[in-house]
Write a protein that binds this ligand. Structure first.
Ligand SMILES: Nc1ncnc2c1ncn2[C@@H]1O[C@H](COP(=O)(O)OP(=O)(O)O)[C@@H](O)[C@H]1O
Ligand SMILES: [Mg+2]
Length: 465
């Protein structure tokens, strides 16, 4: 389990000094905590990190996109200058985007790895899936603000945290690229003081101090050698050097005070979620009726019959299995009474077996009178779209009841505690080789989506009426 402290530099505004900050901060932090591994990578598609830290011209083909394709993060590390490890940047990050399922992935990947120490992540000026993954994993998010618009942009970062049940206090703002030559009249004498006051007024935390705009610092990325030089080696006589030293000290003190907690938090959430999912599955299994819903044969101890149908009512309070023969007989008797000959019945059975494997069936009952009920039978595709349907009227007692077995009406009656209900529906699905898999999280969600879709359609229909 990784014990890394993740520092993310983020702002939706470009040109506020994110990359300059991320790269230089890595070096200043390494200087403060020599024994602590410091790792840096960027989700932006320029190569500042590589140009500043690469030790030799021979580069390998590994890059930051591979964090999401199953590579172990520690295998992607390159030894860089100034004692900083880095992962090479990638020009083709957009190609890997499809593989990223959600915002939790990076936290889980680093959490499972052996990556230790401080991990600094530079991001692009968008809230794309890479930035969101970084924000989700971050112990500390540093947001450079250089003017009022970049301060306004912080709101999206704060909203993201709130959306993911995280405290806004993970964010800490830092006025950057401050032109110290500009002075204002009034209580806030320069843009640093003004920005800081705005930020605090909006409920954000700020670092002490700022990073000044310095022509010397700006020149460090443009030189005949095609290198990008850090402030610590080539700008030592600037104010920015002192300001970065002060900033690194604050970031390091935060690390010492709070420690790396975010990755364990994510891992614990995931564990709780898995546990919750397992409990839900178990309660669905416990809720199953113990016998075939039609002929009352007990479900075998060693598992459900593989030729069977799964049936559930709207609320999920009633669910169980029906043996295939029983269900087909039930449908033939109640829904297709006109099919008399054995040959015709066999044909229909084959059609039903063939089609229900790929589709769901929806049975709706509307009570017409105390003696009569209307049944609508629909075939649905896996998105809940109706493919075909038929309507029949059933009498309470009569020739449609199977001898010794149930009837559709009885099935509806067992499925609800409120027998007087005017309108009821049951959803039926043919089971696969392992019937209980249907109750597992993903399959069950697919199943529930169909039910939700039906309910939305019905609501729309009633609104149109
Ligand atoms: N303290 C500074 N003083 C002067 N120029 C700076 C300073 N920090 C960054 N810059 C320059 O500002 C530009 C944008 O910085 P950069 O770090 O690339 O921002 P971002 O990553 O937010 O787009 C670059 O040309 C960089 O050299
Ligand atoms: Mg950048």
């Amino acid at each position: 389990m990784a014990r890394s402290y993740i520092i993310v530099i983020a702002s939706e505004k470009g040109g506020v000094g994110k990359t300059t900050l991320a790269t230089n901060l890595a070096i200043y932090l390494k200087g403060l905590a020599e024994d602590l591994p410091v790792t840096l990578f960027s989700f932006d598609n320029h190569f500042t990190v590589d140009q500043m830290f690469c030790l030799s011209k021979t580069v390998n083909s590994q890059h930051v996109g591979q964090l999401f394709t199953g590579s172990n993060p520690t295998d992607l590390l390159c030894d860089g200058q100034y004692g900083v490890n880095f992962i090479q940047s990638s020009r083709t990050l957009s190609e890997y985007q499809q593989q990223i399922k959600d915002v939790k992935q990076l936290a889980q990947i680093i959490g499972k790895s052996q990556l230790q120490g401080l991990v600094i992540i530079d991001t692009s000026p968008t809230l794309d899936i890479y930035t969101r993954n970084a924000l989700y994993a971050a112990d500390r998010i540093i947001v450079p603000i250089k003017d009022a618009p970049s301060l306004e942009n912080c709101r999206n970062l704060a909203d993201f945290l709130v959306q993911h049940k995280r405290s806004k206090t993970a964010l800490k703002l830092l006025p950057c690229l401050i032109d110290t030559r500009i002075h204002f009249d009034g209580p806030f004498r320069n843009s640093y003081q003004l920005l800081k006051a705005y930020a605090i007024n909006r409920g954000y935390r700020c670092f002490e101090g700022f990073i000044a705009k310095s022509p010397k610092v700006e020149s460090l990325s443009t030189n005949p050698e095609g290198k990008i030089y850090p402030v610590i080696t080539h700008g030592r006589n600037t104010d920015v050097h002192i300001q970065l030293t002060h900033l690194a000290r604050q970031v390091y003190l935060d690390y010492l005070e709070y420690g790396p907690v975010r990755l364990s938090e994510v891992a614990n959430d995931l564990f709780d979620q898995k546990e919750h999912t397992l409990q839900e599955y178990k309660s669905r299994v416990n809720n199953l009726q113990p016998t075939c819903l039609c002929c009352n044969t007990p479900i075998p101890e060693n598992g459900v019959w593989s030729n069977a149908y799964f049936l559930e009512n709207e609320t999920g309070s009633f669910s169980g299995f029906i043996e295939e023969d029983c269900f087909l007989e039930l449908l033939l008797q109640d829904c297709y009474p006109e099919l008399k000959g054995k040959e015709q019945q066999k044909l229909l059975q084959e059609i039903l077996i063939g089609s229900t494997g790929k589709t769901f069936l929806l049975l709706q009952k509307s009570q017409i009178s105390s003696e009569q009920a209307k049944i609508d039978l629909f075939r649905l595709d896996r998105q809940g779209e109706k493919i075909s349907g038929r309507t029949i009227v059933l009498k309470k007692r009569g020739r449609f009841q199977l001898k010794g077995k149930g009837s559709l009406l009885q099935l509806f009656n067992s499925a609800t505690s409120k027998q007087t209900e005017q309108f009821q529906q049951l959803l039926v699905r043919q089971v696969d080789t392992n019937p209980l898999d249907l109750l597992r999280h993903h399959d069950y969600l697919e199943w529930k989506t169909v039910f939700n879709r039906i309910q939305v359609d019905q609501k729309l229909d009633t609104e149109v009426e």
